[in-house]
Design a protein around this ligand. Structure first.
Ligand code: PXL
Length: 276
């Protein structure tokens, strides 16, 4: 088994089971050294709560990364999620350019939109800047909404395989390398992930749970990164992350009081088994 040092850059939502409170335990469970750079600190995530606090940590980032450079600290991978400002996108690009070991991988989840809409904190300037990060990363994990924003593509609620193929082609033409496109569903009972790598597309289909859950994009991306850095292929990692995320949702769906996230912790043993 390989022990990698991963830096993950995303927010701390103190309550709400998303971003770093999900990434840190999942990457650790996958057996990796997990270093963090919080992009912001919020009292809760922004999906479904109102009146949340938001402390932007943009101004702290240069001193943190300068210190790492002085200490010659390097990472095997940088995995980014929800960022706190447009400026942070440039800082992350600098980290990717300067803080990588040999065989370094950059993995970007452009966590900024879902269901046809940008999250409340973001605007089109952020989207434009995010393109510079996404189209230079080794692996990206957009959902369909994010992919459409990044590729200037029309967003559709209903679509077919041809539409998804054109969306993947548009991303690839703009510079995307390996694409893990999440939430691709061609039937009522199933959904899946389209994996585009070396000009070839594959599709991992799995059961769909009708009720949408918060934070599952972060659970999925973190489980993907953990498996990929463990040495699994992009397609196998996409499948493992999908099976794990579905089980996390199934473990939560009957508990109406747990609407803000998924109970991913009790399902970690399943994830660890998948990595064997
Ligand atoms: O799960 C994505 C996410 C992460 N962090 C914050 C969010 C969201 C989604 O809304 O609000 C703060």
């Amino acid at each position: 088994m390989s022990y990698k040092r991963i830096l993950t850059v995303q927010d701390i939502s103190c309550f709400g089971q998303c971003s770093l409170t999900v990434a840190l335990p999942i990457l650790s469970a996958a057996g990796h050294e997990t270093c963090i750079l919080p992009s912001a600190v919020l009292s809760t995530h922004t999906a479904g709560f109102s009146g949340y606090t938001f402390r932007d940590l943009t101004d702290d980032i240069p001193a943190i990364t300068d210190h790492w450079k002085k200490e010659t600290i390097k990472f095997d991978a940088i995995y980014t999620g929800y960022l706190g400002s447009t400026q942070q996108i440039d800082y992350v690009r600098d980290m990717i350019a300067t803080l990588g070991n040999d065989d370094f991988v950059s993995i970007v989840d452009p966590a900024m939109a879902d269901n046809g809409k940008l999250y409340p904190a973001f605007d089109m300037e952020f989207v434009e800047r995010m393109k510079t990060l996404v189209f230079s990363a080794d692996i990206i994990l957009p959902n369909i909404t994010e992919a459409c924003l990044l590729a200037d593509f029309e967003y559709r609620e209903e679509y077919d395989e041809e539409y998804i193929d054109s969306l993947l082609a548009a991303l690839s033409e703009r510079g995307a390398k390996t694409i893990i496109l999440t939430g691709v569903s061609y039937s009522d009972k199933t959904t899946g992930v389209a994996v585009y790598q070396d000009n070839k597309k594959s599709y991992y289909e799995h059961r769909k749970i009708s009720k949408g859950s918060h934070g599952t994009g972060d659970v999925y991306a973190s489980a993907f990164v953990g498996a990929y850095l463990h040495g699994k292929s992009a397609f196998d990692s996409a499948g493992i992350a999908a099976e794990y995320t579905v089980r996390c949702i199934e473990n939560t769906v009957d508990d109406a009081s747990h609407w803000y996230g998924v109970k991913f912790e009790p399902v970690l043993p399943f994830y660890i088994d998948c990595l064997k």
